[in-house]
Design a protein around this ligand. Sequence first.
Ligand code: 6GU
Length: 270
Amino acid sequence: MRVDIVTIFPDYFSVLDLSLLGKARSHGLIDVRVHDLRDATTDRHRTVDDTPYGGGAGMVMTPEPWGRTLDAILGATAPDPLASPGVDGVAADDAPTDVAAPGVPSLVSHDDRERPLVVFPSPAGAPFTQATARRYAAESHIVFGCGRYEGIDHRVFEDTARRARVELVSLGDYVLNGGEVAVLAMVEAFGRLLPGVVGNPESLVEESHEDGLLEYPSYTKPATWRGLEVPAVLLSGHHARVAEWRHEQQIERTRAVRPDLLAGRADAAE
Ligand code: 6GU
């Protein structure tokens, strides 16, 4: 799988050399290339931002360096007005649809999986979930564009959508200074789902969110530690009872901190 990352802070991504993902990269399972947006500037100060039209606080990333950088990665496709998708969209979650936000057409035209996927992390994007991670893990080429300041000139999304599927994706309802940390989180989330990255694929199954519930608590030796006992059922050797206890724990935990995840679940009825 090929991953391109466009950023004004390439150093953020040095951590992708570490741990499981580093191993996946060195084994050729994932090919990550980081591009410095400032390399596509033409002025002495390597400027990437300017004041917003219409006024307002902060600065906006100027479109030209984005256009040049994405041209180099995607190929500079001549704009095709007939193929032009809508504007101003975000993609939905696991199944990209036209329903981005009420009344807002999607940037995604989805009869074209062969076109690369370009993801712009943004607090204004659609939620990134485990389902999104699974969908990204099935892609062959993803480009991430890391915005900074108050965002990127909106025409960059429109221009990119002429030759790629474009998604705006958010990690959650809070604001980061830029997309870099969000991209690290997303690459880790889908990277570990790629075949061969996590040594024991079984370990991917019983995790939070894989079955729509939070995961059960885990214990290891010693059986007594600082006066605290491991729940007796886990020492019983009774596999069916262990499985039942773990499922109850999942439901209990999810009810306590994420009741929204339980809506409509038969196994969580009071
Ligand atoms: Cl994806 N980007 C930024 N800048 N802030 C965020 C975010 C993304 N997700 C939550 N906050």
